[in-house]
Design a protein around this ligand. Structure first.
Ligand SMILES: Nc1ncnc2c1ncn2[C@@H]1O[C@H](COP(=O)(O)OP(=O)(O)OP(=O)(O)O)[C@@H](O)[C@H]1O
Ligand SMILES: [Mg+2]
Length: 328
């Protein structure tokens, strides 16, 4: 029997209310599966909708502003889009952990790390306070924080940004979640710590079968850690499939551009390539959203919206690769 995804996102759209009468759709018809024990990377430039997708999955879209305006999110078969806040909270604490892009906002600055971590661990794992503190110290050690017992008694405002980021990662991992959603978890960290944290995430995946949705804009991180990858552009998925296939042979011009903008050690590079232009604002466009910036742009691209096609074992949204063919 085919293995079932632990998390399945089907035709997800997310809209924000920007004024009384106006809504904008910032994530549009996105579908992907997170398979058990896999690391799925979501990549794309700033503003592509990566964090909004993560917030939709974890039920954390800003209340009254953002909403899931289409599609479904299934976790272990349960549709999360119809979940009540109380049930969501249970799930978030224990089963689905999230590392936020902006960790400073998710800790209470005037409460000791020990209190915040142990409360969360007690609640999630139903263990005693001393045991929670022990687990907290262990988790801090795991993410490379020296003297974890001492650090526990610190207040967040006493720690550097990189240290806070690691505390957040430790908090997420301490409860041994089934799914980890990590939004740019290593951006604020120096390279050694970054490698250490990515290794830790991979170890947990290997040891405990944790499934990971890793949000990043770094194709180097993707190539090193991910099993599957979904490339997003302006709120849409443009290429999605097995990481090795896509990194080795990208089809969508945007994916190629992201890969070409990676610094390479094996060739002399005087200047680093960058994709010209910027991501368009989230308004309706008749053709392909990438057309303006695309080096392969041809006749239909400005006027006809490309649909998602299956091509060479992956999904790609580009006129270069024909029509949808679900049976390939
Ligand atoms: N609260 C909000 N109200 C209105 N629009 C929003 C809100 N939050 C996000 N957006 C819009 O949604 C779009 C996607 O934003 P998102 O934060 O998901 O991007 P991202 O891919 O995570 O970018 P980055 O790499 O910078 O983190 C952007 O156009 C952004 O302006
Ligand atoms: Mg983001």
């Amino acid at each position: 029997m085919k293995e079932q995804p632990i998390l399945s996102v089907e035709h997800l759209s997310v809209s924000f209310r920007v004024s009384r009468r106006q809504q904008v759709t910032v994530v549009r018809d996105v579908s992907f599966d997170l398979m058990p024990g896999h690391i799925l990377a979501i990549v794309g430039e700033s503003g592509c909708g990566k964090s909004v997708t993560a917030s939709a999955i974890t039920g954390l879209l800003p209340h009254g502003q953002g909403k899931v305006s289409g599609g479904h999110i299934h976790y272990k078969g349960q549709d999360l889009t119809s979940l009540r806040e109380k049930e969501y909270r249970k799930l978030r604490g224990r089963e689905i952990a999230m590392i936020f892009q902006d960790p400073m906002t998710s800790l209470n600055p005037v409460q000791r790390i020990s209190v915040q971590m142990s409360e969360m661990i007690c609640k999630a794992l139903h263990v005693s306070r001393p045991e929670a503190l022990e687990r907290a110290a262990k988790a801090l050690g795991d993410v490379g924080i020296p003297n974890p017992e001492n650090r526990l008694s610190a207040y967040p405002f006493e720690l550097s940004g990189g240290m806070i980021q690691r505390v957040m990662i430790a908090m997420a991992l301490a409860v041994h979640p089934s799914v980890l959603i990590a939004d740019e978890p290593t951006t604020a960290l120096d390279v050694t710590i970054q490698a250490q944290v990515l290794q830790l995430i991979q170890d947990l995946r290997d040891r405990e079968g944790m499934s990971v949705m890793l949000i990043t804009h770094d194709m180097g991180v993707v190539a090193e850690t991910a099993d599957d990858v979904m490339v997003m552009y302006a709120g849409e998925q443009v290429e999605y499939g097995v990481c090795r296939d896509i990194i080795g042979d990208p089809k969508h011009p945007y994916t190629s551009g992201l890969l070409r903008s990676l610094p390479r050690l094996d060739v002399d590079q005087d200047t680093l390539y960058s994709i010209e232009g910027t991501v368009p604002p989230p308004v309706e466009l008749p053709g392909c959203r990438f057309a303006e910036r695309c080096e392969s742009c041809f006749a239909p691209c400005q006027n006809v919206k490309p649909s998602l096609a299956v091509w060479d074992g992956r999904q790609v949204r580009c006129h270069l690769y024909g029509e949808v063919n679900h049976h390939e």
